[in-house]
Ligand binder design. Structure first.
Ligand SMILES: [Zn+2]
Length: 54
């Protein structure tokens, strides 16, 4: 399963979530430290890197 890394824009906490693509599509991710939903994703899922070939 892909790992999603997030950073909170409110308190700068970094955290990871492991979920399936289907879960990710529906997930409402909030910061575990302050509960804010103002978060940004840091990296793409690992396996997505192979999707680009030129
Ligand atoms: Zn936070």
């Amino acid at each position: 399963m892909p790992t999603y890394e997030y950073e909170c824009r409110e308190c700068s906490a970094e955290f990871m979530k492991v979920m399936s693509m289907a879960e990710y599509a529906q997930a409402r991710v909030s910061c575990p430290a302050c509960g804010s939903e103002r978060i940004s994703r840091k990296f793409s899922p690992v396996y997505a890197k192979t999707s680009k070939k030129s």
